[in-house]
Design a protein around this ligand. Structure first.
Ligand code: RP5
Length: 159
């Protein structure tokens, strides 16, 4: 099982690191690269062809500002694309969020919250868990640990 993380600029790195960390924790192989829909359009197209031939199953694409990267990727492939809208200044991430979530039919992009690289990875893992029982078991264990941790911490709350 393979996830490709693509993001539009080195300045997006801190947000996309959160996705990579979750994938590592859940033992999912991933590749990561910086590619731009407007700065390197030909290379982006070439890369998507390569990712398809290498068996990539989900793409996580992060971008800020006009944030057309996930939509352009989705137009080039049938691999599901999860967009991470990034707050790169300007409109505080609302620009990127609306750009991704407002993809015209029939080219959808699944979108997580602004700067929420971790959630993009969790969603990618849940998609892959439909096919990979080992990953499904890891997600079940992760959810159980999260619940126990939450219950333990909420018991300790004092006002
Ligand atoms: C987008 O423009 C990138 O995804 C980044 O979020 C934003 C700013 O890019 P830089 O000017 O920092 O390279 O394409």
């Amino acid at each position: 099982m393979k996830v490709a993380i693509i993001f539009g600029s080195p300045s997006d790195t801190p947000i996309m690191k959160k996705a990579a960390q979750v994938l590592r924790e859940l033992e999912v192989d991933y590749t990561a690269q910086v590619l731009s829909a407007h700065r390197t359009p030909e290379l982006l197209q070439e890369t998507i062809r390569k990712l398809e031939s290498h068996g990539t199953e989900v793409i996580i694409a992060g971008a800020g500002l006009a944030a057309h990267l996930p939509g352009v990727i989705a137009s080039l492939t049938l691999i599901p694309v999860i967009g991470v809208p990034i707050n790169s200044g300007g409109l505080g991430g609302m620009d990127a969020l609306l750009s991704m979530v407002q993809m015209p039919r029939p080219i959808p992009v699944a979108v997580v919250g602004v700067d929420n690289g971790a959630n993009a990875a969790y969603l990618a893992c849940q998609m892959l868990a439909l096919k990979y029982p080992g990953l499904q078991a890891r997600l079940v264990a992760f959810r159980a640990a999260m619940k126990a941790d939450f219950e333990e911490n909420t018991e300790k709350v004092e006002l």
